[in-house]
Design a protein around this ligand. Structure first.
Ligand SMILES: C[S@@+](CC[C@H](N)C(=O)[O-])C[C@H]1O[C@@H](n2cnc3c(N)ncnc32)[C@H](O)[C@@H]1O
Length: 268
């Protein structure tokens, strides 16, 4: 790989990694003792952390379906895709529109190692995996352009990604660059952590991640709104993602807000 951007990390099992801790929360097997240890510490402080992770997956499914069913969008750029967990985004999209084209992006080598599961889609559709850092949006756009037609609408999914990227590390610049490259009719699907509902526990969780060398930031409702500047929010706007068009019978669905905001905004 060439370039002067952020280095792609090597697989390091001596320190916890966000993708693998999240996999542990979801009951997956693609994590190491060091990830489980941090997952257990977070769960001891914030007992419903696994429910939050499940609620985030459900948000991805509902938001993807809402976008495919409610618009003509058939192209997806999913950055911070994570270790494959069924149903994956392409399976949700292609179950509605079999010819959906999906590009996944992540910077964690363990996601690359399991990317094969992200590439098994419908014969009519296309799925591709790009290993890249979200802080290099131009490079991502260049690579994704081999699969996605950026003259047509694209759904840009940044789901549970931006809380790993601080403002001073370029969170807003990357969103502005990516959204700026999208055609009218495209949308931004976003979920990110907040301390608005449960500040004490969320801040303790942040301290545990930070002590393990992982950047984690919580954003307020107003902070989240900045990512959607100039976009038209889909109902119900920016809400705890357990309140974003909940569907009866989903696990993790309660009146209790989870500590992540979710929203979908359209570029007109
Ligand atoms: C919590 S997981 C979310 C996975 C999936 N989007 C979901 O919501 O179920 C966050 C993912 O973002 C990835 N990630 C974190 N920082 C990143 C960066 N700078 N560039 C690319 N991916 C990143 C991690 O490797 C991890 O797979």
């Amino acid at each position: 790989m060439t370039g002067t951007g952020p280095a792609i990390p090597r697989l390091d099992t001596s320190r916890p990694h966000p993708a693998r801790v999240y996999d542990w929360f979801l009951g997956g097997k693609d994590n190491y003792p060091v990830d489980e240890e941090l997952g257990r510490r977070i769960t001891a402080m914030q007992g419903d952390a696994p429910r939050h992770a499940r609620a985030n997956r459900r948000f991805m499914e509902r938001a993807t379906r809402a976008v495919v069913q409610g618009t003509g969008i058939r192209q997806f750029l999913d950055i911070g895709s994570g270790i494959p967990t069924e149903p994956n985004l392409h399976q949700v999209a292609q179950s509605v529109v079999p010819d959906a084209r999906v590009v996944y992006v992540d910077n964690d080598p363990i996601v690359l190692a399991h990317a094969g599961a992200l590439l098994r889609g419908t014969p009519e559709g296309v799925t591709e995996y790009v290993q890249a850092d979200a802080r290099e949006p131009e490079r991502i756009l260049e690579r994704a352009a081999s699969v996605l037609d950026f003259d047509r609408p694209v759904a840009l999914s940044l789901i549970a990604l931006l809380h790993f990227i601080a403002d001073e590390d370029g969170a807003h610049e990357l969103v502005d660059t990516l959204v700026g490259a999208l055609a009218p009719g495209s949308c931004l699907v976003l979920s990110a952590m907040t301390a608005d509902f449960d500040p004490e526990n969320v801040n303790r969780g942040i301290a545990a991640y930070t002590a393990s060398g992982v950047t984690l930031v919580a954003r307020s409702h107003a902070d989240m709104g900045v990512f959607f500047n100039g976009l038209e929010l889909m109902e119900p706007g920016i809400v705890s993602l357990s309140h974003w068009r909940p569907e009866p019978g989903e696990d993790g669905e309660t009146e209790e807000p989870v500590s992540l905001y979710g929203a979908v905004g359209f570029k007109r």
